[in-house]
Ligand binder design. Structure first.
Ligand SMILES: NC(=O)c1ccc[n+]([C@@H]2O[C@H](COP(=O)([O-])OP(=O)(O)OC[C@H]3O[C@@H](n4cnc5c(N)ncnc54)[C@H](O)[C@@H]3O)[C@@H](O)[C@H]2O)c1
Length: 438
């Protein structure tokens, strides 16, 4: 394929060398004459394992051209990768000036081209940037229509500096965010030889995914380091702890706990997190990330409460009360806290939870109910249908077949349904559906 690459920094230079190696004819474009000269002479503009030999071979193959002329590069290629930098401004927001300038240039270049063209944004950009900034600039400057005359895809780049050639050839997967089958199919041709799956999604999902991945990586590093500092202070070997933590592929290194949903609670996580933060505090170990977890969890619960209060509903049916479906444990259940907040605001609350039978609760769970929430008993009912019928708003904290079927049968156009559990097929419900964070 004939491919142009705009921006010859880490991402662009590695892509250029790898694409030429794979047999494509590549035109590299950069505003920096120093980088252009280096590449033209078969030298790498970045320090990266294997790049010296790869770039020398790529240029020697005769399949690499370098220019600063965007118009000739767009005309001479069928697909363009956009790899310009998107640095931080002092307030953390993204500086899109290079991308905006380039999108305008690419649009101008496209004006003179009749053949179909695909642009692939690989720079890391905030969700909505391609739809709201890049495509409008391309359309305005080219006078052409995205989706017919040209297409734009977003393909997040997962390479890591230091191992970028290896990562280019072995990505976790290839993600193509696109609006049209034709655009996606064109990008797929470039990457389908890689040993990993190609996954197609919409552009905003692909844009957000890159931030979710990088934040997750940063979170993992910080987590391991905070556990390290607490372990050090407690004379425990953090390497042994983290190595064993990683061996649990069921709960730890797995998709468990990684689905957006409701706040956590129960008799273990809040208590043990508090104890760990307390230990850190006593040893003068600062652990801002671990210490912020409880606050974030509280904010998530508060967000759900605010969603309900904002509707103006006066009667709320709560389906589910215990901290987790299938248990009767009410200790530190976020649904209990939610019910308390509604009662405090004077709402009529009715609660259904088939696993919670107040007369049968025992031990610490019973003491918790008697001491902390003695009044909730009178609000509980096992008549699921009646609770749905008599409530303006239904908070769904239980994802059983019975609850799903009752909601599908009895939801009304004037109902509001607040979903905390990712109900299946929410479009089949009547009324206003609202996910807690979706
Ligand atoms: N570095 C990484 O490991 C990595 C990994 C994944 C994603 N990303 C993302 O990819 C993007 C590029 O990152 P990078 O590290 O390669 O950036 P970089 O700063 O090393 O390179 C960007 C290049 O774009 C050039 N440029 C700017 N405006 C231009 C224009 N109008 N026309 C042509 N060239 C122009 C610059 O001269 C520079 O050489 C960023 O959004 C970054 O967040 C980077």
């Amino acid at each position: 394929m004939k491919i142009s690459i705009f921006g010859l920094g880490y991402v662009g230079a590695v892509s250029l060398a790898c694409l030429a190696r794979d047999g494509h004819e590549v035109i590299g474009v950069d505003v920096d004459p120093w980088k252009r000269d280096l590449i033209r002479n078969g030298r790498t503009p970045i320090i990266e394992a294997g790049m010296d030999t790869l770039m020398a071979a790529a240029v020697a193959s005769g399949r690499v051209q370098v220019t600063d002329d965007a118009t000739s590069a767009v005309r001479g290629s069928e697909l363009s990768f956009v790899c310009v930098g998107t640095p931080s401004r002092p307030n953390g927001s993204q500086d899109l000036r290079a991308l905006e300038r380039l999108a305008a240039q690419l649009g101008d270049a496209l004006r003179a081209k009749a053949a179909y063209h695909v642009f692939v944004v690989r720079s890391t950009v905030m969700p909505g940037t391609v739809d709201d900034v890049v495509i409008p600039l391309l359309e305005r400057h080219s006078g052409q229509r995205c989706g017919s005359d040209f297409d734009v895809c977003f393909q997040p780049e997962f390479l890591r500096e230091g191992s970028s050639i290896h990562d280019y050839d072995n990505p976790p997967y290839t993600i193509i965010g696109g609006r049209s089958d034709r655009g996606v199919a064109t990008v797929r041709r470039v990457f389908e030889h890689l040993p990993r799956e190609v996954k197609v999604c919409d552009i905003r999902t692909a844009e957000m995914l890159k931030y979710a991945c990088n934040s997750f990586h940063a979170l993992k590093i910080t987590f391991a380091n905070e556990i390290g500092r607490i372990s050090q202070a407690a004379q425990v070997d953090p390497h042994a702890v983290m190595a064993l933590l990683c061996e649990d592929r069921q709960l730890n290194i797995s998709p468990a706990y990684l689905r957006p949903g409701f706040a956590f609670g129960g008799s273990c996580l809040p208590k043990d997190l508090r104890a760990l933060c307390n230990l850190a505090g006593r040893r003068d170990v600062s652990t801002p990330m671990l210490s912020a977890i409880a606050d974030s969890n509280r904010m998530h619960l508060e967000h759900a409460v605010e969603l309900v209060l904002a509707t103006g509903a006066r009667s709320v049916g709560m389906l589910g009360l215990s901290f987790k479906s299938g248990t009767d444990d009410l200790r530190e259940s976020p649904l209990v806290v939610m019910a308390e907040r509604f009662i405090g605001k004077g709402l009529a609350v009715r609660i259904y939870d088939p696993h919670v039978n107040l007369s049968r609760l025992v031990g610490a769970n019973r003491r918790y109910v008697e001491d902390v929430i003695p009044h909730l008993g009178s609000m509980m009912s096992d008549d699921l249908d009646a609770i749905i019928d008599q409530s303006q708003l239904v908070v769904v904290g239980l994802r059983t077949d019975e609850v799903v079927a009752a909601l599908q049968a009895r939801s009304r156009p004037d109902h509001v349904v607040l979903d905390l559990v990712s109900l299946p097929r929410p479009e089949t419900l009547r009324g206003t559906y609202q996910g807690v964070c979706w």
